[in-house]
Write a protein that binds this ligand. Structure first.
Ligand SMILES: Nc1ncnc2c1ncn2[C@@H]1O[C@H](COP(=O)(O)OP(=O)(O)OP(=O)(O)O)[C@@H](O)[C@H]1O
Ligand SMILES: [Mg+2]
Length: 492
């Protein structure tokens, strides 16, 4: 540690001198402070082996808030609050919790690759007309800044890798703490509410290998901007989730947003007036977003229109839109070609980090063009509850990993189809006493009833089939017998 050597001492002294200077500046009238300050600084710089870099809160003539300042503030807030004796807490916009930061005129030390640096938070009052002996806290003219101090010999390390690290960490910490948003479209505009869905991949009932594969795919996607750039592809990923109702498609979307910390844009196609409005909505989507089109087969009639678009090349957009209106929803004129353009345009119009998800109960109804690879990179089937998926639900709802009734449930789940939504319903404790055994018995009874109903339905179907085939098949049998007897008679 360098704090023990000479440089550390000099650095500390200079740091303290600057700190005292910041306090002095704070309490004295500006003109006097400026005058004394000029000579004081000259003196300090003469003996100073250090370099100082100042990051102001506001930059430019219009005083826009500096992104670097915000990232440094977040970084120091998370990493140095234990060192600082005076902290301030604030509710930052779009943040999920209270954010702690170091207070004005605090000094903290940071170490990067064994090199020690100092950060000092300062404040300058820019209102030169007012002369005040006492500090006026919270005054809007206050200009805050952070000063980074380090020894000259570490210039390359600190001005490059260290500062990049601080800014990157600060941004990442901010993202992690960011309040996610759920956007919905209404009359051509996005409206949002805070998105706080508790679903995660841990709580999602799915076979472990499938879950792992999807999570790895998503993480690889989010971490590989450079790869996408190198191969010349837009930084996006398309997912098609299909399966019966209640198998976890919407739940998985929430888990994806929570895993990647993305906002969710729930696009209601029937609420979009035409293809132009769809394009406008697209332009407003930021990066780090999951765009969701739920029940895409129901949203619009997207099955028959492509043929028309392909054969009738001369037809203009207006014609397409009319067709969309006739075949699709009553209010929307969005067409399949409009939607395809939306998806393809998405990759060029948005900054990147976009996941688009379609869900459907009827994958067979969808136009192949809509879900071809390149548009929908991954097709994921979510199906009836398997035993592995049940175990996740049992852990979520009953907090049990094993139970004597599990083997019976495993056997029954192999015989009957029950959605995770139905299984979850039976595991929801209705009484205050959370008795896993009672819930599992309830589930077993439900599965057995389902099994009996299924067997009865199969039997019923078979009988109906036989009854329908009956006279015909006996006629065939009689014909065969007659032919057989005839053959025997001929042989005789
Ligand atoms: N795989 C699952 N893992 C955990 N919970 C699930 C799962 N599937 C369903 N559930 C539970 O059932 C409820 C309904 O599930 P969800 O809305 O995700 O189904 P869906 O597949 O989107 O259905 P739909 O096709 O009707 O939209 C959820 O609130 C959740 O509690
Ligand atoms: Mg759903």
């Amino acid at each position: 540690m360098e704090s023990k050597d000479m440089f550390g001492k000099v650095g500390s002294l200079v740091g303290s001198a600057l700190f005292m200077w910041a306090i002095f500046q704070h309490y004295f009238p500006q003109c006097l402070a400026d005058f004394i300050g000029r000579y004081y600084r000259k003196l300090v710089n003469f003996y100073n082996p250090n370099i100082e870099i100042t990051f102001n809160e506001f930059t430019g003539q219009r005083g826009t808030r500096s992104a670097a300042y915000k990232d440094i503030q977040t970084y120091l807030g998370y990493n140095s609050t234990r060192q600082a004796s005076r902290l301030k807490g604030s509710l930052v916009k779009n943040s999920r919790s209270l954010v702690l930061g170091i207070d004005d005129y605090e000094e903290v030390v940071d170490v990067f690759e064994g090199v020690q640096v100092w950060w000092i938070s300062g404040k300058q009052n820019s209102n030169r007309n007012s002369i005040s002996i006492y500090p006026v806290r919270g005054q809007s003219d206050d200009k805050r800044y952070y000063t980074l101090i380090f020894h000259k010999r570490h210039w390359d390390l600190i001005s490059g890798p260290y500062l990049n690290y601080v800014l990157k960490e600060g941004k990442a910490l901010k993202d992690r703490n960011r309040q996610k948003k759920l956007y919905t479209n209404q009359e051509g505009e996005w409206h949002w509410v805070g998105f706080d869905h508790p679903a995660t991949f841990q709580t999602l009932a799915l076979e472990p290998e499938k879950k792992k594969e999807i999570m790895e795919d998503l993480i690889a996607f989010s971490e590989n901007e450079e790869y996408y750039r190198r191969i010349g592809r837009a930084w996006k990923r398309g997912y098609l989730l299909y399966g019966p109702p209640g198998t976890g498609k919407s739940t998985m979307i929430a888990a994806i947003a929570n895993l990647l910390n993305y906002d969710v844009y729930d696009l209601e196609l029937t609420g979009v007036e035409n293809n132009t409005e769809l394009k406008m909505l697209l332009m407003e989507i930021s990066s780090k977003a999951v765009i969701v089109i739920e029940d895409i087969d129901c949203s619009l009639d997207l099955t028959g229109q492509r043929k028309k678009a392909e054969t009738d090349e001369d037809s203009d957009e207006e014609e397409d839109e009319t067709e969309g209106k006739q075949k699709g929803s009553k209010t929307s004129k969005v067409t399949l070609s409009g939607l395809l353009n939306f998806i393809d345009g998405l990759w060029s119009a948005c900054g990147g980090e976009i996941v688009i998800v379609f869900t459907t109960n009827h994958v067979e109804k969808l136009d192949r063009a809509l879900i071809r690879k390149g548009r929908m990179d991954k097709h994921i089937e979510l199906s009836y509850c398997s035993y592995e998926a049940f175990k996740v639900l049992a852990r979520n709802y009953l907090n049990v990993d094993s139970h004597p009734r599990f083997s019976k449930i495993s056997e029954l789940l192999g015989e009957v189809n029950m959605t995770p939504a139905d299984v979850a319903e039976h595991l929801t404790t209705k009484t205050i006493i959370k008795d896993a055994g009672i819930c599992l018995e309830g589930l077993i009874s439900a599965l057995e009833r389902k099994k009996e109903a299924r067997l009865a339905a199969i039997e019923d179907k078979r009988e109906k089939k036989l009854a329908a085939k009956g006279p015909k098949s006996s006629r065939k049998k009689n014909d065969r017998l007659r032919k057989h007897l005839n053959d025997q008679w001929l042989d005789l």
